[in-house]
Each structure stands twice: as structure tokens, then as C-alpha cells.
Ligand binder design. Sequence first.
Ligand code: ADP
Ligand code: ASP
Ligand code: MG
Length: 442
Amino acid sequence: MSVKVCKFGGTSMADGNIISKVKRIIDSDSERKFIVVSAPGKRYSGDVKITDLLYHCHEQMMSEGDIEQGFGKIRERFTLIAKELNLKSDFSAVLDETMARIEREQSEDFTASRGEYLCARIVAEVLDAKFIDAEDVIFFKENGSLDGEKSYRAVAEALNGVTRAVLPGFYGTGADGKVKTFSRGGSDISGAIVARAVSATVYENWTDVSGFLACDPRIVECPKTIKNISYKELRELSYMGANVLHSESIFPVRKVNIPIQIKNTFRPDDEGTLILPTFRYVPSGNIVTGVAGKKNFTVIFIEKSHMNEEVGFMAEVLDVLSEEGVAVEHIPSGIDTMSLVIDSALLPDLKLNRVLERIKQAVAPDIIRVIENIALIATVGHGMSSSVGTSARLFNAIAAADINIKMIDQGSSELNIIVAVKNDDYEKCIKAIYCEFFGKAS
Ligand code: ADP
Ligand code: ASP
Ligand code: MG
């Protein structure tokens, strides 16, 4: 029988009324058997997500030794949700136990994970489904990465013969036996793990927009919805900041070709976006599939005459970065130049100075320069490589918007072109690219 795994995000869990909507969505399709939930998100702009309240609660517990105050807001929110849903069980007992365990564990990851835990307990009761704790079925390796094989086996075993189950997203158990979370937005990964474990026919990801949009709706009003997108395009766009889906969430499903469907909890009849393996993907006819970007990068620009003839030049530069534990995002290079594009958060002042000094010692460049406050913007689409003049259109559109391009990097996959601009030009640049390839926002 076909099985659907459904992950509901934070806004879909924001209050009792919305959780009732979620119940109707699940009840309307008997194949929706396994449900993964996020912690309750914002109810209105300016509201605070439960996960953010939990991080704050942890900070307060560590600095002031007090948990009552920080946990108070979380208790209030869950008590309200339980009341709105007329829960039969005494949820205050679950909240008491949770607070006591937070105090015992004294761990940031453990505290942060409780939003998903508490929410899944509530949803399981509302759906009359089995609650399965992610702590018992999702595992990480010693190096912190997901232990896929162990997790798929444990999830499959726990769900075998179960008609309906709810699992909390975002966390599992680390190699040290303690609760460990994924990075922010990680419930998307949990959903993908469950989908893989039960060989789901589809992984439905329910959120607050009607699919993957051609660009961030906070920048362009009502951008076009992408109907079909390949895993590869999705990976590029989500990695580059289109955070509707966590960029790691395709890995569990990609190997076994399970499609991901993005759906809107608030408009369940909308078609949404179907994310397919590249070989099953039907191109939309658009040259560009989507545009996404991220701010706050630092570029280290290095110039040395005949750099290309110096064997091992690049390797020596990269060794410095790797010894300093700094990951490099992109390395566009020319005959005598190379640039290192690095997330600024990885290079606080002292570290940046040390890295520069070490590069100077290692390769004696003619020029070494740092450019800060840089944004990267990726224009992504399978259609780009086969369509002549795409880059010219892209660069002209950016120039016409009076934006100076600091750097260009065309990925070797020919699936994307990345431009670097000043942080201040970020929104303007995304708008210009969107208008060039999609016309005015509808
Ligand atoms: P959830 O809580 O359901 O996991 P998220 O907040 O993580 O939801 O992701 C959905 C949000 O992602 C949308 O509300 C939207 O503001 C934002 N977003 C950014 N880029 C895009 C994009 N290209 N398409 C759709 N949504 C996007
Ligand atoms: N609640 C977590 C977060 O806010 C995980 C998630 O929503 O996917 O990051
Ligand atoms: Mg999310």
C-alpha cells in the first residue's frame, strides 16, 4: 500500500486552530500515515518561535541558574495549545517532567529539541496516533553527521505494523548517547529520513507557502510558483538561502528517488511544488528555475604573477584555511588571481588577521585584499546551459539596475551562475534578476 510521510512546519503548528486544520488534512487521505512535526512557530509577525524561546531559556539557565522564568513562556504557549485542542490528558504533567529533564541535562541541544518533542506529544494525542520519540530512532555518528543506515533501520522497525504515528523533527541521539539537534530548520531532514525508512511514495512537506517560489517572497511580492524542480536545482537554491526546505533534506530521499511535494497548510488544494529526481524531471520551458541568495560573506582576493605556474599554490592557500578550520564557499580564479569566498561568521577579526598573515607567509602574494559585507546570489536552472546569451541577459539586467558585480562564479554543473554584490545591493539585485527572467511579479 502507498504510504505518505508528511512533515508539518512551525507555522502549521502555531496554535490549536491550525493544528485542527492539520488534522483535517491528515484525515482526508488514509495514505498520510506517518507525521513529523516542527515546534510551534510564529502566530503573527513579531511573535517568537518556540525554538527561539528554548534557546533563550537555555542561555538564562546557564547564566543565571534559573529555568522557571525562561520556561514560563514555553509552558504558557503549550498550555494554551492544549486548551484550544481540548486535550484529555493532563499536559501540565508532561511540561513539569520536561522542565525537570532540561534542568538535569543542562544541554543546549536537549533544551532546543523540546519544542518538537512537546508538539509531537500533542499532535499524537489529537490524531490518536502512536508517539515515537526521535531520540530512539534517529542517530548521529561520532563526527556529528547523520548515521543514515542506523536511523533508517530503527525508524522502519519502530513503524512496522503501526497504522499512524507522529515523530518529533529536528533531533536524534548523538554518538555520546545524548540528544543532539540538526542545524536550524532540520525537521525537514527528519521528515526525509522517515520517508526513506518506510519507502514512502511521496514526502509531503507542509508549510506556509504554496510551493517553492522562484524567489524569496519577502523580496519580490508574489513570485511565481515553481511547479516542477529537480533535486539538483533544489539543492542549489536551498543551499543558497531559499530556506523553505533545509538543503540537507534531499539526501535521504535522493538515493531512492522519493519525490518531495511542498504543500501549503493554509491552502491545501493548491498544487504546490513537486521535487523530482533529475531524470524524471520535466523542464518547465523556463531558462531560469529560481533565484536565491545569502548575505554576509568575506572575500579574500589574492594576486600573484604567474600564480598558475607555481605548483601547489592553491593547495597551500587552502591548507591554511583548513588548518584554521575555515570552510571556503567558492574559489573563483583567474591566471594570476584567486578569490576565497567565506561566510563572515567563520572569520571574526582576530582569525581573519591570522589567516591573512599565514597566507602571506605561505605563498608571498603580490597583493592580498579583503572585501567584506558581500552577498552571493545564485541564478539556477537546467535551461541555462542550453540557452545562448543567458549570462549576458543576467549581467545586463544587473548593470541596468546600477549594481556593481564584485565577482562571478559559474558552477561547473552549468546549472547556476553566482554573482557577488554588496550586501546593500542584495534585494535590488534579486529583484532585477527576477524581473529579467520572469517578468513583473504577478
Ligand atoms: P516551516 O516552518 O514550514 O518549515 P520555513 O519558515 O522554514 O517554514 O519556510 C517557509 C518560508 O520560507 C516561507 O514562509 C518563505 O518566507 C521562505 N522562503 C524563502 N525563500 C523561499 C522560496 N524561494 N520559496 C518559498 N518560500 C521561501
Ligand atoms: N524548530 C527548529 C527550528 O526552528 C527546527 C525546524 O523548524 O525545522 O529551527
Ligand atoms: Mg523550515
